[in-house]
Structures are given as C-alpha cells and as structure tokens.
Design a protein around this ligand. Structure first.
Ligand SMILES: Nc1nc2c(c(=O)[nH]1)N[C@H]1C(S)=C(S)[C@@H](COP(=O)(O)OP(=O)(O)OC[C@H]3O[C@@H](n4cnc5c(N)ncnc54)[C@H](O)[C@@H]3O)O[C@H]1N2
Ligand code: MOO
Length: 390
C-alpha cells in the first residue's frame, strides 16, 4: 500500500494540463485564464470628472468667486475648447475635463444665474479630477493562470478584451457500478439501493471547473462494464465508483486491465478510501473509487479535485489543509491516514460521533475532514490538528 502523498504524485503524472481554447468574455466566468490579458488602453483614457459640477482653474477657486460658463462636457461628448481665466465649463461625472481646467467644483457649491456662476463661501476640497490612466495604463496585465471571477471579468472587459484564452475544461466520465444500484427516482427492488455517489462527485467536479457526465450504471458483469468504458470514450478522466475491492463481483480492475489500463497503483493507506486504483487508459486517466458513499466523496476531495486543478493548469498541489484546535481527546490512529468527518466551530474542530464510511448523513453534517496522520499518537483536547474544508 502506498501513502496518500505517493498516490497524489502518481495521479499528477496522469493528470497533465490540458490544452487551451478562446472563449467570449461573457462565457468566461469560472474558467481558468491560460494567457495573460494585457491592457491596450489607459483607463480613464482622459482626465475625467469625478463629480457633477463645473470645471475651472483650481488656482481661481476662491470662496464667492464668479465665473462665466462657456460650454458643457458630458460623458461621451467632450467640450472642445479650452478653459481660460474666469471661465468654467458645466461638467458631468465621467466626462473629459477640458484643457485649461484642473478642478471640478461640485454643483452643490455653486449658484448659477444664466451664464454666471458664483462659488459658495465654503468649498468642498476636490479636485474631483481623475487623471488619465489612474486605474490602469497600457501594458498593465491580468496574469494567468487564474480562475476568472466577477472582479477579473470586469477588469478584463475594461481593458478591452472581447475574448480570452482559457484552459479547456476537463471532461470526466463517471461510471457507477453495481447490480444493487438504481437511479434516484426509480423504483428499487428489495435488494437494491439508490446510486448516490455520482451526483456528489459530479457537483464537486463541476464546481472545480470540470465537466462531468454521469453514464448509465454498469452492472457487475464484464460485458456491462466494457460497454460503460466504451461510452466513456473521449473523456480526459474516467472515474468508476464501486467494484474496486476484492470481492468476487468487483470487476473494475480486471475489466480495466483487459481494456489496456496501465495501472499506476492499487490501494492507498487511508481511511476511508483504501481500495483506490488509478492508471492510464489510452489517452485518459482512470481512477477507480471505492463504492462506499463517504469513501468515494472523500477520495473525490483528496484526489479527484487536485487532479482537476492540475488539468486546468492550476498546479499539482494536494487539497489545502488548515489548522484547528481539537475539541476533544482522540485515541491513537492506526496505520492508515484517517480523514475523519468533523464539524468546525470557530477555531475548534470536533470529530462527528460515527465514522463508518457508509454514512452520508454524517458527511452531510460535516464541514471538514480532520486529518490524522498514519500512526499518529493519542491527541488531547486543545492540540492543534489539520483539516481539509469540505
Ligand atoms: N474482504 C474485504 N472486504 C472489503 C475490503 C477489504 O479490504 N477486504 N475493503 C472494504 C472497503 S475499505 C471498502 S471502501 C469497500 C469498497 O468496495 P468496492 O469499491 O468494491 O465497493 P462496492 O462493494 O461496490 O460498494 C461498497 C458499498 O457502497 C455502495 N455503493 C457502491 N456504489 C454506490 C453508488 N454509486 N452510490 C451509492 N452507494 C454505492 C454499495 O452498495 C456497497 O454498500 O469494500 C470493503 N470490503
Ligand atoms: O476504505 Mo473503505 O473506503 O473504509 O470504506
């Protein structure tokens, strides 16, 4: 059996960054930017008014001074002339500040009669002029790689990029296996249960930027599994669920081998998730997850998500860990790294009472996986432990 960290090394060898594609900016939310965006203009491209009011020479802005209004500058249509001594231009927020003016007096500080304005006795400080290029200048960059969120997209749009080069989304085929499974909403037979794991994994993969296809359930026969693998053609990553253990009906390993899977490893020293397997199948990476619901979702968090991130060019890194203070004593851990379902409460973490890998209700209540290293000694309440947020 190999360690979790060794398994991840193998998986990162299988999960190389994918190619890129160009997409319209409106379709780019959540995608991973693959090439930097470089500003082709200054923002603002001209000195712009920050308030509605009157543009004039700052040195003349004395209390109760009078000016003649000689024109108007509004956003989208500038005043073409220059502002001379004793002159002002009516101006609106975002409009170009005319040549000769360097201050905007807000309209609240002005009384106007015809073409004449008089400034108030006490003036707001100003100058309410945004110099050209205050926000960014030509050549400024949004660096790649980066998951594009609302703030990135607004900035990239302002830089005048109508489309961007992003990483292709990893295509993941999910194959649930087992004679006992029916899809949610179907009528199960007396010995059947509902196939649930694929739905959690699909959501997990898609939230991380991949695209997941739930294939029809494969039955516990070589023929049915072969058919499912055929349907997975074209995927970057094929994930099977269940049938990974050593029972007579656990068909995934033999069928995958028959189809040419070059196995990287089988079995990892972790709890839950021991019977994990992985390898290469043609152009695709293949991961066989254990069927127990908690095992498959924990393996999704610890292995599949880092693989998706690596395929998206976001680096080969394990699921991020953070420290928390243990709320209760824990006995020593066994020889497998244990990912305990746990609840966070501020800075403290408490393992949930039942850790059987079939219990989806417990996983549902958990918001963290408390990580116990293999062979970790007993721990006291107040000790610092690591967790992975879920
Ligand atoms: N003699 C041994 N038996 C088992 C071992 C072992 O080392 N020696 N390992 C145990 C561990 S640990 C796990 S985990 C399970 C994993 O076995 P499989 O991957 O072969 O999973 P299945 O037997 O197919 O299913 C286990 C369990 O999960 C349910 N299941 C399967 N798929 C789904 C799904 N898509 N949605 C919901 N539930 C699913 C299935 O009905 C079983 O109840 O093996 C232990 N045995
Ligand atoms: O390793 Mo199994 O995944 O404990 O349930």
């Amino acid at each position: 059996m190999i360690t979790v960290s060794q398994a991840l090394d193998h998986l990162f060898t299988l999960a190389r960054p994918l190619g890129t594609e160009r997409v319209a900016l409106a379709e780019a939310a959540g995608r991973v930017l693959a090439e930097p965006v470089v500003a082709a203009r200054n923002q603002p491209p001209f000195a712009a008014a920050a308030m509605d009011g009157y543009a004039l020479k700052g040195v003349e802005a004395d209390p109760e001074a009078m000016f003649k209004v000689i024109g108007e500058s509004r956003a989208g249509a500038r005043f073409d002339g220059a502002v001379g001594p004793g002159q002002a231009v009516r101006i609106f927020t975002g409009a170009p500040v005319p040549v000769g003016a360097d201050r905007v007096i807000i309209q609240e500080d002005v009384t106007r009669e015809g073409d004449l304005i008089t400034l108030a006795r006490a003036l707001d400080r100003g100058p309410y002029v945004r110099p050209a290029g205050t926000d960014f200048t030509i050549g400024d960059r949004v660096e790649a790689p980066r998951v594009l969120g609302p703030r990135d997209l607004a900035l990239i749009a302002a830089m005048n990029a109508g489309d961007v080069v992003v990483m292709r989304r990893p295509e993941v085929a999910l194959i649930a296996t087992g004679d006992e499974l029916v899809m949610p909403g179907e009528e199960p037979g007396p010995d059947q249960i509902i196939a649930s794991n694929g739905f959690g994994l699909k959501a997990m993969i898609e939230a991380a930027g991949g695209r997941a296809r739930l294939l029809p359930i494969a039955r516990d026969s070589a023929e049915s599994l072969r058919a499912a693998f055929e349907l997975a053609e074209g995927a970057d990553l094929v994930v099977t669920i269940g049938g990974a253990s050593v029972g007579d009906h656990d068909m995934v390993a033999p069928v995958a081998a028959e189809l040419g899977m070059e196995q990287s490893f089988y079995k990892v020293a972790m709890r839950p998730g021991k019977p994990l397997m992985a390898g290469r199948m043609g152009d695709a990476a293949m991961v066989g997850l254990p069927g127990n619901p908690v095992s498959s979702l924990v393996c999704g968090t610890i292995f599949i998500l880092p693989m998706i991130r690596a395929m998206l060019g976001l680096g080969a890194a394990p699921a991020p860990r953070r420290p928390a203070v243990l709320a209760e004593d824990l006995p020593e851990n066994g020889p497998r790294e244990h990912y305990m379902r746990a609840a966070l409460d501020g800075e403290t973490i408490r393992p949930l009472p039942r850790q059987d890998s079939s219990l989806l209700t417990i996983l549902h209540r958990a918001d963290a996986l408390l990580v116990r290293p293999a062979g970790d000694g007993p721990r006291k309440a107040g000790d610092t432990v690591d967790f992975v947020a879920i």
